[in-house]
Write a protein that binds this ligand. Sequence first.
Ligand SMILES: [Mg+2]
Length: 336
Amino acid sequence: MAPVEKAERGNRPGEFALIEEVFAPLASGAEGAFALKDDAALYRVEDGCETILTVDAIVAGIHFLSDDPAESVARKLLRVNLSDLAAKGAVPKGYLLVTAWADDTTFDWIKRFAAGLADDQKRYGVSLWGGDTVKTPGPLTLSLTAIGEVPIGGMILRGGARPGDDIYVTGTLGDAALGLEVLKGRLSGLGHEDADWLVRRYREPEPRCSLGPRLRGLVHAGLDVSDGLLADLGHICETSGTGARIEKDRLPLSAAAKMALRQNETLFPLIAGGGDDYEILFAAPPEKGNEIEAAAGEASVRATKIGRVTGPDEGVTLVDGAGHAIPLKQLGYSHF
Ligand SMILES: [Mg+2]
């Protein structure tokens, strides 16, 4: 769409030069992107497959910190979307990008942002198919739509969990929330290595693309943890019409998170509810346990059994080592 007023460009090249110089190279891997010179992209779905779409927008100062490195912002934007595709069992193919540059977004920042995307395109096998670039009087705002494929009927839904299913989560929990605490100066006392590692987990989540497609046909329900373990488990239970019982002592923790908790156990709510984990949470029947273990091994992703799906009356319960329910209100979850 043409802007009502001509954009002020500062040190940035104009829209067309920016697309040609910085973004067209990101589209070179996709024939149907027409080097970003057409009005739309063309995408031919593999025979026997269907398309899975997801979109996320991030705003400076809200979803990322204004001084986060441009490369990290790019990776986070792409990866949170790839994480959704992975949790749905989809193989990522390409993406559309909308960028709304703030007045103070420099050309250098944009070039570093594109370099971050270029790295991740190679890592995850996707390319840029199209999008739009505008300027905004507000904070820097970025939106990315990711496109993936599953065999027809293969999408993993939120709503299929059944009582008796085992509940698993990939990777480790709470690292990103603790990393944000480090960046905000509210978590000191950790060694440099641990602190840096937590910050990286906040800035650059690792979408479980190698595992997601392998879970098709093995699991009843799944999603990626973005709002926090308990909230996202609540989403599965609500959609599936079930409850769930999670064992606190089984929650997978990184060495850095364990260290942080050892120093201050009141940080625990960040583990169970801090969010930004981008790990896959899924429910699977116990008889699939061996196949799930094998799939996780092939994908080189850790998957930990953390609890069980129950009947709807039990709601979402977190229990301690003795099997006693830990009141979630105590952890700050007023909506349970
Ligand atoms: Mg999600």
